[in-house]
Design a protein around this ligand. Sequence first.
Ligand SMILES: O=P(O)(O)OC[C@@H](O)[C@@H](O)c1c[nH]c2ccccc12
Length: 261
Amino acid sequence: MNILDKIIFDKKREVVLKKSIIPVSQLESSVFFGRETISLSQKLKTSSTGIIAEHKRRSPSKSIINQNFTVEEVAKGYESAGACGISVLTDGKYFGGSLDDLLLARASVNIPLLRKEFIVDEYQILEAKAFGADLILLIAAVLTREEIKLLSEFAKKLGLEVLLEVHNQEELEKSIMPTLDMIGVNNRNLKTFEVSLDFSKQLASQIPDDFVKVSESGISSIEAIQELKPYGYKGFLIGENFMKTDNAGQAATEFIKNLSL
Ligand SMILES: O=P(O)(O)OC[C@@H](O)[C@@H](O)c1c[nH]c2ccccc12
């Protein structure tokens, strides 16, 4: 089993367990459930920088990145840096995140929040809404076309936007459908951890113009963004480059300032 298969195996068990402990009715009674969501895709369309900054304590590829921040300080730092949105990892076992991180981020900022999770079940989308997310991620590598259709329709009904993540042409071709808002090309292969911006460059022309294009992972310089922009990318998802510093908000502030020069 590769790492992605392991994560999905564990995730499916986790969801079964959670469903037996917290009923859907409880999620639906969250104060955030009726909240009007904020559109990340609209923000990206009009932004000149397009940064989506990620809260990420650790990862299977890098182990510990940073455990010294509180999610509130990181989220506030990213917001004041001028990020268009924040990605909050909620997977516990592999990324050291939690749904409480999402909740605390929601309580701290007013910009769009992505629940960064391995979504395999509608229940997790209800959780995303209940804990204050504005959009969800769906990963084409672990879902069939039918699953992407059902999950994205379910998210849209709840007012959540959908960022679909692909890594190659086959995943892109099987996934294109009108219920997606943004298509993200992951520069990191989640099975092998190989990282290259070439993945974004190669796939760009095949993403229809109706979707906002996002380039994800392995972005650590202004030059990388300048290289990607001509390919039509409007959003840039950056985690480690900010989180590995001793002040993620400050690192994002400097990055975004240099980008707008
Ligand atoms: O830390 P980086 O290399 O800037 O990457 C951020 C983000 O793209 C990455 O964390 C990510 C992209 N897709 C994912 C799916 C699940 C977990 C994590 C991810």
